[in-house]
Design a protein around this ligand. Structure first.
Ligand code: SAM
Length: 281
């Protein structure tokens, strides 16, 4: 009987870790092996993870579920955040570090947005609701509202130029000193929200590396994140001097759009190298 341990950072409802137990448990059961799972669900505000682990097809494989209500930077700063491992131990950080991303509203000139011309033709303001949605106007098909993401100024935004006036209102509240122009006369500025990865999300309370800490306690770290680019991960590991780590970028292989996915572990672990993905270093 093999033991697999999951440390789920920002577990929320725990549905992800419970799904891993169900799927992996079912897979191994089909191979006549019976794995048993020990799970630590860590969250600032856990959302009742017990209910998913009470399901029959999860419960039959789960040996223990420990719910930790804490900030991950506090918990991982402790000398012994977890007991010694009894089997393969995997840390999961799914859609987690991006909770701490930086958000701001940018005021941009149309020339700063290369993809704008493709959509809006000569005058981007033609996609504003005031020019599309009135009687005799072209209608909703002229709006530029898309959930595809695009890069601007070192961060990501949605291609939602038709909401520029809405974002302009938020911008004005945040920068009252720039509010000279009335909101109903759009200046030739486009207002869009921008988010980007915050470096300190990978830092402990004492400035140490969260990745290093997880690597001390786990065999494998799996990170799925909206904002953590390969270059951010690389810069973090370089700064923290984590030369003994291997990082595999599995984003493409998993067909993810809008999120990155990485596996990190000790470079001496050959199993990691067989993972399907692009080795970052
Ligand atoms: C978007 S949810 C992700 C839930 C789950 N991992 C998933 O992929 O479905 C992010 C979770 O992170 C938790 N969280 C945010 N900041 C945190 C912190 N500083 N320490 C611990 N948990 C935190 C939130 O409470 C929330 O449950």
């Amino acid at each position: 009987m093999a033991t697999v341990e999951l440390i789920d950072l920002g577990a929320g409802s725990g549905v992800l870790a419970a799904g891993v137990c169900r799927e992996l448990g079912g897979f191994f059961a089909g191979q006549n092996t019976r794995p048993t799972f020990r799970v630590w669900a860590l969250d600032l505000w856990p959302m009742g993870p017990k209910r998913f682990f009470a399901q029959r097809d999860v419960r039959r494989f789960t040996d223990s579920l420990t719910i930790i209500k804490a900030d991950y930077r506090d918990w991982l700063s402790a000398d012994e955040p977890f007991p010694p491992a009894r089997g393969l131990r995997v840390a999961l950080a799914s859609r987690f570090f991006n909770n701490l991303s930086d958000f701001q509203i940018d005021s941009l000139s149309p020339a700063q947005i290369p993809w704008l011309r493709d959509f809006a033709g000569s005058d981007w303001k033609n996609c504003l609701p005031s020019r599309c949605l009135g009687r005799g106007q072209p209608g909703a098909s002229a709006l530029l509202i898309s959930n595809s993401r695009a890069w601007i100024g070192g961060g990501r935004t949605f291609k939602q130029v038709s909401l520029s006036q809405y974002y302009r209102g938020l911008y004005t509240l945040m920068h009252p000193q720039d509010a000279d122009e009335p909101l109903d006369t759009p200046a030739d500025r486009v207002f869009l929200p921008r988010r980007r990865f915050r470096r300190s999300a990978l830092r402990n309370r004492d400035g140490g590396s969260i990745i290093e800490r997880l690597n001390d306690w786990c065999d494998l770290i799996v990170v799925q994140d909206a904002d953590l680019r390969p270059s951010d991960l690389r810069a973090h590991c370089d700064r923290a001097g984590l030369s003994g780590l291997v990082a595999i970028d599995m984003t493409k292989q998993l067909g993810l759009r809008g999120h990155y996915c990485y596996a990190l572990g000790d470079s001496r672990d050959d199993a990691l190298k067989s993972l399907d993905g692009q080795r970052l270093w």
